[in-house]
Design a protein around this ligand. Structure first.
Ligand code: CS2
Ligand code: MN
Length: 356
């Protein structure tokens, strides 16, 4: 297991590289050019700039999260080809600086969705919270109007550029069924995976978060059956999964440890995080410890250990603790403790194995 830590870039993150380097066992940053719009070809000088910053701190840049997919690709519009060409060129450039994994997602319009970014937990820390009824009852068009009437309105994880396009996008997606989305994903992969393979970069799709359709938009990377279908779309080790325990774990029917075992040779990147599920479909993110949430992180680590996992891992979202002011879900302290929990389990499993 090769430990990494997500970093949003100079001036765009409250955590600095010096501190990341001080977390035991962290080899590299998980990075992106967050100001690049989906669909553009990344400039080489910007990629090299990140490499230089990481090099100076003895950290690698092997994992990129994410190179975002243009909506026209997900919608299957004729204009998709030019965005796919740009994607290929970005892959080639990332290959030149030694990138090994590209994480991306195929969720229409929105990335991860939460209803409260700073929900208080019993101990006074705060964390990302999802209240199902709020999302279920929200008419997407009301949402568009609210945003239009309140220029300062922000929703977690939703970029302003995407919001501006929202009503047009909702209209466009009315024509797109789940099957269409599968076909559009396949079209994308058939073109991208050979280029990724040539550049020795593993593509790793991130599951949908939450793993069910929201606002009437289709979502397909949601559980075991769909992952089975996904890996067959292009049957290559370069067509992989970012197995996110938190995204998948929001659905009680998803057994993440089982998925680790089943998709063992198709997981170049592991996201580890815990959450507490409520019976009504709400969930709140918690510490990484198994006891603190509904996802059995210990069992998941055991599964990774059993398969001899040598891929990259990172702690996913953490709580906000010790009065830290940080990006929602991406503070230093709780993610740092998450790493120590993972190492604690991992080292014990190693030692136990040696002695038996
Ligand atoms: C999230 C996502 O769960 C997560 O890792 O923070 O924003 C994730 O980075 C993207 O969905 C990957 O493309
Ligand atoms: Mn994740």
């Amino acid at each position: 297991m090769r430990m990494t830590f997500r970093w949003f870039g100079e001036g765009n993150d409250t955590v600095d590289l010096r501190h990341i380097k001080q977390i035991p066992g962290v080899e590299g940053i998980v990075w992106s050019l967050h100001d690049m719009a989906a669909g553009v070809e990344w400039p080489m000088d910007r990629i090299e700039e990140v490499k230089k910053q990481a090099d100076e701190h003895g950290l690698n840049i092997d994992v990129v999260e994410s190179v975002n997919i243009h909506e026209d690709i997900k919608l299957g519009l004729p204009t998709r080809d030019k965005y796919i060409e740009n994607y290929k060129k970005t892959i080639e450039k990332l290959g030149k600086v030694g990138v090994k994994v590209i994480c991306y997602n195929f969720m229409p319009v929105f990335d991860w969705t939460r209803t409260d970014l700073f929900k208080e937990l019993e101990d006074g820390s705060t964390a990302l919270f999802y209240e199902k009824a709020i999302v279920d009852d929200m008419d997407p068009m009301d949402l568009v109007n609210t945003i239009n009437d309140n220029p300062d309105f922000t929703m977690p994880g939703w970029e302003p550029e995407r919001l501006a396009q929202l009503s047009k996008l909702f209209d466009a997606y009315k024509e797109v069924s789940e099957e269409d989305l599968w076909n559009n994903l396949q079209y994308f992969l058939e073109q991208i995976i050979p280029v990724a393979a040539e550049n020795d970069i593993k593509m790793a799709i991130h599951p949908d978060d939450p793993p069910w359709p929201i606002f009437g938009l289709p979502r397909i990377i949601t559980g075991k059956e769909n992952l089975r279908r996904f890996v067959k779309l292009v049957d290559s080790p370069y067509n992989g999964i970012t197995l996110c325990s938190g995204s998948l774990g929001a659905n009680p029917n998803n057994n993440v440890a089982e998925m680790v075992r089943e998709f063992a040779d198709r997981i170049p990147f592991a996201h580890i995080r815990n959450l507490k599920r409520y019976d009504n479909g709400d969930f709140i993110e918690t510490s990484h410890r198994s006891e603190d949430g509904s996802v059995d992180i210990l069992e998941i680590m055991k599964a990774y250990h059993d398969i001899g996992f040598t891929g990259y891992a990172r702690p996913d979202h953490g709580r906000h603790i010790w009065d830290e002011k940080c990006r929602p879900g991406y503070g230093l302290y709780d993610r740092g403790m998450g790493i120590m929990y993972m190492w604690g389990v991992w080292d014990s499993l190693n030692r136990y194995k040696e002695n038996n």
